[in-house]
Design a protein around this ligand. Structure first.
Ligand code: ISL
Length: 557
């Protein structure tokens, strides 16, 4: 068996730095905190970490509004802290990926200040446009088009200084770069090179579907209106009011990704060492998503685009057939030779046990770890953390504040998935020595925390560790897969490899007890030995399964 390049089988762990570990008692996570807990990744068996943005930022969107792409944000630490983090992580054999946010910069960045003042070289760094001509002499200034921001309201904001509108597909303080300007592309290479030279092992690429918008040159000199969705419940400039035809998934954006890949491959070639990688982020339909891997002309893009299908297409309502269908969809559409990946949550979506059910945590972690390709974990999934409750008064997420009110904010808020990590049952769950944390600690931390799960005879964390150990088996890294529903409730995933052990996962995703015929599972020879099972399962690791039937409780794996 040929060994595979590190990233093809890695467990990739997302850190949300603000909520991971606070070293200085200000209630905000930081780099020194991450350094102090690197051993957690080694204990768990994680191979690579990626951190949401740690760069200088006014924190309107908690780091996704970068004011200096070459500096570390002061609340998180210093450049020395970052260098120490890299060095210590590398000593422990961990890869470190950064979050690269190319679509926009903070309105407090030098780029924007200079662009707004029309300084030569920066004048066209962002998407600037005049108001619509006031043909009927209304005296009312109107934005260039009907485009809508992801965080609500018009995507155009008036600048008094420049006397023009600028585009922001996210918050008003997140100004969209103009990727048709070669100087912008050049600056992006400078930023990438800067962090690669420091030793970063790669990047998560943020918000790529929004990188490029329609060119007025193709539309008689004006920004074309997006078509109206026609859905009555959406009023002007609400998300859903338009169909983003001219602002999202434009075919030109993939070329930018392919150019970044070329740049990275060249960097890898010139510098040697382990492969540095690009993982792209974007919610799109399956065809558009697959273009991030590459195109039919042979262009190559990201090492993989994050697979959000478990977030967007599955929930506690899904049955076993839905699971099988959604998993196979990715594997079917993926280009030949592509590496799949599985994502169950992130800082933008409700946590995994909240979207699904808590009795499914071990089953979901099992599919993540036993399917072919990369397993992605969002911080907290290894212990089954659920969403925290965040009141309207405590809400800080810009999306919730812009789009919601006290009655509706919970529909939009990303705060519940961002509450601090539960280390133990001490003050602030061991996240901070302070009782006041930037977001409240979830109330269930006494019940769900890492220290307790290390003590307990059976726990989500112990299962997580065991699953990662199983992943190292050649059958899992190199074997074939077969996946099929046995009933509405239960599906199997079989991993097999000639002359090696066969592994069979049986997962009852339903809310009811389900009995299945083991004779229908290919490659399964009885009696079989249990390797891993849900914490609520009566079958313990080491137990024998004789068949011919097997009964699984709700959510049991
Ligand atoms: O979260 C989404 C759907 O669940 C997307 O619309 C998301 O806003 C989009 O994919 C981009 O997200 C990323 O960029 C945003 C930032 O607020 C998010 O936290 C980040 O993950 C703007 O930089």
């Amino acid at each position: 068996l040929l060994p595979l390049d590190w990233w093809k089988t890695c467990v990739l762990y997302q850190i949300y730095p603000r909520s991971f570990k606070d070293s200085d008692g200000d209630g905000i996570g930081d780099l020194k905190g991450i350094i102090s807990e690197l051993q957690h990744f080694v204990d768990a068996g994680v191979d690579a970490i990626w951190m949401s943005p740690i760069f200088e930022s006014p924190m309107v969107d908690f780091g996704y509004d970068i004011s200096n792409f070459y500096e570390i944000h002061y609340e998180y630490g210093t450049m020395e802290d970052f260098e120490e983090l890299l060095e210590k992580a590398h000593e422990l054999g961990l890869k470190v990926l950064l979050d690269f946010v190319p679509n926009h910069a903070s309105n407090e960045s030098e780029y924007f200040i200079k662009s707004e003042a029309r300084e030569p070289g920066f004048e066209d760094f962002f998407v600037w446009a005049d108001p619509l001509p006031d043909t009927e002499n209304t005296g009312v200034r109107r934005p260039p088009s009907n485009w809508v921001s992801q965080f609500g309201g018009s995507a155009w904001e008036w600048s008094d200084i420049r006397q023009q509108y600028y585009l922001h597909q996210f918050a008003i303080q997140q100004v969209d770069f103009d990727f048709r300007n070669p100087a912008v592309k050049e600056e992006m290479y400078n930023i990438l090179r800067f962090w690669l030279d420091k030793g970063a092992d790669g990047f998560r690429l943020d918000a790529l579907p929004y990188l490029i918008e329609a060119d007025p040159a193709d539309h008689e000199g004006r920004y074309p209106d997006d078509p109206l969705s026609g859905l009555a419940q959406f009023e002007s400039h609400q998300l859903g009011y338009t169909i983003p035809l001219y602002t999202k998934d434009l075919i030109e954006l993939y070329d930018v990704v392919y150019e970044w890949r070329e740049f990275l491959d060249r960097y890898n070639e010139e510098h040697g060492g382990d492969t540095r990688v690009l993982f792209s982020e974007g919610y799109a339909n399956v065809t558009m998503t697959m273009l991030y891997y590459g195109n039919e002309d042979g262009a190559i893009g990201a090492h993989f685009p994050f697979n959000f299908d478990f977030i967007t297409d599955l929930s506690s309502e899904s049955n076993a057939r839905d699971f099988v269908y959604i998993i196979l969809r990715w594997l079917t559409y993926m280009p030949y030779g592509g590496i799949p990946n599985w994502v169950f949550g992130n800082h933008d979506n409700n946590r995994m046990p909240t979207r699904f059910r808590h009795d499914m945590v071990d089953g979901l972690n099992s599919i993540n770890m036993l399917l072919p390709g990369v397993a992605v974990t969002y911080q907290g999934e290894e212990i089954g953390m659920r969403d925290g409750y965040v009141s309207w008064e405590d809400t800080v997420d810009v999306e919730a504040c812009n789009r919601g009110d006290p009655d509706t904010y919970h529909l939009y808020s990303r705060d519940p998935a961002r509450t601090p990590f539960h280390w133990d049952n001490s003050t602030s769950a061991g996240f901070s020595t302070s009782e006041r944390t930037w977001l409240p600690v979830a109330e269930d931390y006494q019940e769900i925390n890492l220290a307790k799960q290390k003590e307990d005879a059976r726990s989500h964390f112990k299962n997580y560790q065991d699953l990662i150990k199983l992943r190292k088996e050649p059958t899992i890294s190199h074997g074939e897969y077969d996946i099929r529903a046995l009933s509405d409730g239960t599906f199997y995933l079989v991993r097999s490899l000639p002359t090696h052990n066969t592994y069979v996962l049986l997962f009852n995703v339903s809310e009811r007890r389900d009995t299945v015929e083991l004779g229908r599972v290919p490659h399964l020879t009885l009696p079989a030995t249990v390797e891993v099972s849900s914490v609520h399962s009566a079958r313990l690791p080491g137990n024998q399964i004789t068949g011919p039937q097997l009964t699984l409780e709700a959510g049991e794996v």
